[in-house]
Ligand binder design. Sequence first.
Ligand code: PLP
Length: 382
Amino acid sequence: MSSTSNHPAVRLQQISNHIATKKDTGMNKSADRILVEDDNLDHEYLPILGSNEFRFASAKLILGANSKAIAEGRVGAAQCISGTGAVYTGAHFLSKHYPIKGAACYISKPTWANHRAIFEGVGIPVLEYPYWDAATKGLDLKGMLSCMQSAPNGSIFLLHPCAHNPTGVDPTPEQWRQIADVMEAKGHFTFFDCAYQGFASGSLTKDAFSVRYFVDRGFELFVAQSFSKNFGLYSERAGNLTIVAKTPAVKNRIESQIAKAQRAVISNPPAYGSRIVSVVLNNEKLYSEWETNLASMANRIIDMRKALYDELVRLGTPGKWNHIVDQIGMFSFTGLTTPQVKVLKEKYHVYLTDNGRISMAGLNSQNVKYFAQAVDYVVRNH
Ligand code: PLP
């Protein structure tokens, strides 16, 4: 297809209008086609901080289109090697430039295993804050807040804004308010790791509540964003580090230090995944299709939680199971013990992590009964 304008936004819109006349094969495929048909697309290097279209669309996605911080010019962004790279890039920056030398990074207990590896890898000491309450199978808010209170002023706290991995337990808006109060009073630095925006509740806005709330309160913070899950772009390594600073001048200084570090590690980020994300985020039709896809994925998971819960109740499986429906996102911390998990694997060929975490996405209407029966067996006998 030949294009009539060289401005990327105009070009992509023209191509997307053309593609819209073709068979509907889904949002990612449509974005793929737009890219394939763009004769002006090349394989030149991206800028060191990545594609401008991608990084600013990513920042807008997490902070909201009407973000005051964006309007005030104090939001920066760096395209990174997916969510992992965004956490690494932020951690590496803090290891070099955080004003409180020796400050520790507190991670939730438990958390995604790479958090410890990344922060320790850049030389930042890692400590844990209580998160999972085994007794209630919910959030240990008291433990979390008291750890924040007793941590030295100006510590770094790694927080999951939604769909906490591995527990699936998220603070409520009111609990986020209490967390923000302590974070503010103690001058702690907030580092959000957002790997599941849209995947928890099905709403991109709801899942961004904590981040937007902190930004509205005036926090300076980092948000690592991954597009692996919500775009199904695992292997394309599309991620972003959104930087919210107090002033545009501080934002510029942070970006320039990150660019310097990024140059030495990856030189510049990969283009393809970020192009898919940019096409979708900057195209009204594809964006709304994406929102619909996210809602249907999230709702399917919510339905599976309900089906599993109903089945366990129907079987009279000993114990309380309301946490299955109270938790949110892809993962559920079932409360099953390591010996019970072993039996599930060996006797039932049901595979989950040894800490009892299941991926809800693995359940469907065909296998949920089988899974519930297996859980019922191990709970009664092991
Ligand atoms: N952060 C959390 C909390 C995750 O659960 C994951 C992936 O599982 C990531 C970051 C990293 O994702 P990516 O594959 O985009 O590097």
